[in-house]
Design a binder for this molecule. Structure first.
Ligand code: TYC
Length: 122
């Protein structure tokens, strides 16, 4: 008596609907690169302003102490501020720029100088 079972390749049992994607021909993983989520930090210029009273030597000292400039560069920046009214001390991420402004202002007030120092988006 002939077998009633139909011949051909063996069939897989049906999968429940939520597992049908498991039979996609399988094996190869598709890796999609995610868009980079971290932005480079926004940068701020620390700017010093001229006044008529703060001694030149004190400004040069601030530029050396808090902005790591050598004597020649610090003197050059100080003279630029003296002649042009303002000058950039350095460019930093926001928190570092804010800290440098606070440190310069604290040192100036401690010594009784009216020196002004601000930060601006670079
Ligand atoms: N103008 C000041 C003076 O003649 C010197 C000075 C330079 C002050 C730069 C502030 O940010 C400054 N003594």
């Amino acid at each position: 008596m002939p077998d009633e079972t139909p011949s051909g390749p063996p069939q897989m049992p049906p999968l429940p609907p939520d597992r049908r994607r498991d039979r996609d021909g399988g094996g190869a993983a598709v890796v999609e690169r995610k868009k980079a989520r971290t932005k480079p930090p926004a940068l701020y210029q620390v700017v010093m302003l001229n006044d008529d009273y703060t001694p030149m030597e004190f400004v040069v000292m601030m530029l050396q102490q808090y902005f790591q400039h050598g004597l020649d560069t610090a003197t050059h920046i100080m003279l630029k501020i003296h002649h042009e009214g303002r000058g950039v001390c350095g460019v930093y991420p926001k928190d570092i720029a804010a800290t440098k402004v606070e440190l310069v202002l604290a040192a100036a007030r401690r010594d009784g100088h009216p020196l002004q120092c601000i930060m601006e988006a670079a």
